[in-house]
Design a protein around this ligand. Structure first.
Ligand code: 2NL
Length: 360
């Protein structure tokens, strides 16, 4: 075999053996680089006589072309192999469900959802939202609200008390959100229109009672506020909240220490195989208590009952959430079970609005 044929065979073997593009580039430099073996042969052409060049030129140029062609072919082969390897490792299963964006994976608890719904409905009627502490004084939770010392309601509520302070007074976990109304009346002048959603506590625990639960109360104080206004507000609320065009309501006389007169409110419903539908049927369901604010409460909160009057109502948020969304048991509300919250929870970006729909 001639020297040229020998060199070609060696280079082509090296090209075939190059296992990646870096190794192939090293073979190219060794052959066709500045001081490569093929370049050295090409340089000898310049020093040859015309006859020598005629005799050896085609073989040397043929070597260069053969090496270039083999390099190009090997480069393509390596590129294809690298792509095949990537395609084999980076597999994509197009049958998998689309993953939710991080902003969509959380769920809004039904209590938070219902508080957002209530807030949207009452904000539309001009109500502000007021908040206050969960730990209250006996004075704000009972005394100012016309529950005198020793009043049976103080025991009836089964209050969680803290240990007495040196002066004998005891802090407690509020048993209703009413102390926030007291704080509102003491802090701002009428007209007052507020709702107070929040946590409340009573020592009570069974299928339908948890020691911590949620209430929303409403308070309106002005010079001429009367039960007619209250009935309209409650009817508007019930229609908007239960998302029905009409709902019959029934007002029954009742008793609360902080209102006089006091009423309990039932709404029309139909019970159908364990399901409840509102705004139709012949059945009644109690949903809230209300009344005209007792003159003693107004006085205790710095308002003159001869100048101002108002009404208030209170209802259980947990209960109306269960009714609206068909949840049979209260206890899982507060057990932080991911399966329950994924089933009953609400999508975070579907914020309830009156225009956009409360729960759709
Ligand atoms: C119920 C009944 C009610 C109120 C709450 C209230 C607050 C003040 C003055 C007068 Cl500061 N009243 N709140 C009035 C009537 C009923 O709640 O059954 N709640 C679950």
């Amino acid at each position: 075999m001639s020297d040229i044929a020998q060199l070609e065979s060696t280079i082509l073997q090296d090209i075939a053996a190059a296992s990646d593009e870096a190794a192939l580039e090293a073979v190219r430099v060794a052959a066709l680089g500045k001081s490569g073996s093929v370049s050295a042969l090409l340089k000898t052409l310049g020093t040859m006589t015309p006859d020598e060049r005629k005799a050896k030129g085609p073989a040397i140029n043929g070597l260069k072309d053969a090496v270039n062609a083999a390099l190009a072919a090997r480069r393509d082969a390596l590129k294809n192999a690298a792509l095949d390897a990537r395609l084999n490792t980076e597999t994509l299963d197009v049958t998998l469900p689309v993953r939710e964006s991080p902003a969509e994976t959380g769920r809004i608890h039904p209590i938070s959802q219902v508080i957002d719904e209530l807030t949207a409905i009452f904000a539309d009627m001009g109500f502000a939202v007021a908040e206050g502490p969960d730990i209250e004084t006996d004075d704000y939770n009972f005394t100012k609200l016309n529950f005198p010392e020793g009043h049976p309601a103080r025991e009836m509520h089964d209050t969680f008390y803290f240990n007495p302070k040196p002066d004998g007074s005891r802090l407690l976990l509020r048993t209703h959100t009413s102390p926030v109304q007291v704080r509102t009346m003491l802090a701002q002048k009428p007209p007052i229109r507020v709702i107070i959603p929040g946590r409340t506590y009573r020592s009570d625990s069974d299928q339908t009672h948890t020691p911590m639960f949620h209430q929303v109360e409403g308070l309106v104080i002005d010079k001429g506020s009367h039960l007619g206004h209250l009935k309209w507000i409650l009817a508007e609320f019930c229609k908007a909240f239960f998302e029905v065009d009409n709902v019959k309501m029934r007002f029954r006389p009742s008793f609360f220490p902080f209102t006089e007169p006091s009423l309990e409110v039932d709404i029309q419903c139909r019970r159908d195989k364990g399901e409840i539908r509102f705004g139709e049927g012949e059945d009644w369901l109690e949903i809230l208590g209300c009344g005209m604010v007792h003159p003693n409460v107004l006085r205790n909160c710095g308002l003159d009952p001869d100048e101002y009057q108002g009404f208030a109502w209170g209802m259980g948020i947990d209960r109306i959430a269960m009714l609206k969304y068909g949840m049979p048991d209260l206890r899982p509300f507060f057990e932080a079970d991911m399966r329950w919250i994924s089933h009953y929870g609400f999508r975070p970006l579907d914020f309830p609005t009156l225009a956009g729909g409360l729960s759709s």
